[in-house]
Design a protein around this ligand. Structure first.
Ligand code: C2E
Ligand code: MG
Ligand code: MG
Ligand code: MG
Length: 290
């Protein structure tokens, strides 16, 4: 009987596994097909300079136009892409598209813009990651100074020597490095002084309650005090209200992004923003457009 129960238990467990594994396989298959058919596209969330509210660039955010399900957000497919390794070709696709846009917009006479690309830990771990970025810059003719890479704390914590080497190779390409979702990963801060990092981007979860929650406010204050000493710029994401913007600006945050300014925009809308003569001057009253 014990053997039967064991077998049944095993059987039940394996059916559940089969179901999960099946779902995962289906998602992977459709992701692979989506890559072949170029069902992905990019959106651009404007990044604003805090002093004077002018536009400095955008974070590049990938979306999937699924033939049946419609638009799928990255939260639902990036984890699957990471597990299956498909994040490597997808991430490369995002990098190439971004650099093509940098180059194309420059040729069309648009003002220089900084595009900030999310890089998954799986990509950054690749030994040839920096070489891949260099090749794409060369092939597309994009200026490295217009490119910024967003890495998470977790992907910087893996192998200190390899990380330092990769970051130095990337910095030779003239691009900038941002630590994304700052504060949500490991709390070891030593890497901030050891690595060539330009910005830290404080996670939206700390920004959400800064006006009401004294603890969150203390955290954002402490982060900017530390960043000042280490000569790092601080970016705040998820800024949704005027009160949050005013407080972050008062505290000295250099750049911000969030729904208060703009949500992520399709390419055409972002390009018309770039064409706006107010691009290089303070965008007074522009928050009414958000
Ligand atoms: P993230 O890098 O922290 O990106 C910020 C997310 O916050 C974006 O969600 C953005 O649309 C959202 N957001 C911006 N402003 C606000 C706001 O005011 N309020 C709130 N509640 N949310 C705001 P999205 O586009 O769904 O992206 C989610 C995550 O997916 C990103 O988090 C990033 O980790 C990942 N991701 C997006 N694109 C890529 C990509 O091309 N490659 C990789 N590896 N990951 C990506
Ligand atoms: Mg990001
Ligand atoms: Mg972020
Ligand atoms: Mg975040």
């Amino acid at each position: 009987a014990a053997k039967d129960a064991g077998r049944n238990g095993y059987h039940f467990h394996s059916q559940e596994m089969n179901c999960k594994a099946h779902e995962r396989m289906e998602l992977e298959t459709s992701l692979r097909r989506a890559l072949e058919r170029e069902e992905f596209f990019l959106e651009f969330q404007p990044i604003i300079r805090a002093s004077g509210d002018c536009l400095v660039g955008a974070e590049v955010l990938v979306r999937w136009q699924h033939p049946v399900k419609g638009r799928v957000m990255p939260g639902t497919f990036i984890p699957a892409a990471e597990n299956s390794g498909l994040i490597l070709p997808l991430g490369e696709w995002v990098m190439r598209k971004t650099c093509e846009k940098i180059s194309e917009w420059r040729k069309n006479g648009l003002p220089p813009v900084k595009l900030s690309v999310n890089v998954s830990g799986r990509q950054f771990e690749q030994r040839n990651f920096a070489a891949m970025v260099r090749d794409i810059l060369e092939e597309t003719g994009a200026d490295g100074a217009s490119l910024q890479l967003e890495l998470t704390e977790t992907s910087l914590m893996k192998d200190a020597e390899a990380t330092a080497r990769a970051l130095h190779s990337l910095r030779e390409l003239n691009l900038r490095i941002v630590v994304d979702d700052f504060g949500t990963g490991y709390s070891s801060l030593g890497y901030l002084k050891n690595y060539p990092i330009d910005h830290i981007k404080i996670d939206g979860s700390f920004v959400r309650d800064i006006c009401d929650n004294p603890d969150d406010r203390s955290i954002v204050e402490a982060i900017i005090a530390m960043a000042d000493k280490l000569n790092l710029n601080v970016v705040a994401e998820g800024v949704e209200t005027r009160e949050q913007r005013d407080l972050l600006r008062k505290l000295g945050y250099q750049e911000m992004q969030g729904a208060f300014f703009y949500r992520s925009l399709p390419e055409e809308a972002f390009v018309s923003l770039l064409r706006n003569p107010r691009f290089s001057t303070p965008l007074r009253g522009f928050d009414f457009l958000a």
